[in-house]
Design a protein around this ligand. Structure first.
Ligand code: ZN
Length: 121
């Protein structure tokens, strides 16, 4: 089965992967063969390369494609409990570079835990 059909992507996408380092099993130019495990590790490698680890107070801006630290953050209560009965909240802010809205989900720190993060108050 064609790799492009199998993954639901355009044939040109597979050609781009091949020119970006996805090694074919054979050197056949017109109908290259790819080993499933090779494709899998190539795609997870590409995915990990794009990951951005956010520090406390940072948001990911989709337009700037990087972590940003907005000055003003608003908490929106979602009225949903997650994990160990913590309130799920939505943190909203604006990117300091492009002014786009940036959001992330979090959990409200209970008042007893808040004492540990006194600098945050
Ligand atoms: Zn931005």
């Amino acid at each position: 089965m064609e790799l492009a059909n199998l993954l639901g992507v355009h044939v040109q996408t597979v050609r781009t992967w091949a020119s970006n380092g996805l090694a074919p099993l054979s050197s056949e130019v017109h109908r290259p063969l790819f080993l499933g495990q090779t494709v899998k590790s190539y795609l997870s490698q590409q995915q990990n390369a794009r990951k951005v680890k956010l520090q406390a107070g940072e948001f990911y801006c989709l337009r700037c494609r990087k972590a940003v630290t907005p000055a003003l953050v608003t908490e929106v209560d979602r009225h949903v409990l997650i994990g160990k009965q913590k309130d799920s909240i939505l943190l909203t802010a604006h990117c300091p570079q492009c002014d786009c809205p940036v959001n992330k989900f979090s959990s409200r720190i209970s008042t007893t835990q808040k004492g540990k993060y006194a600098t945050n108050a």
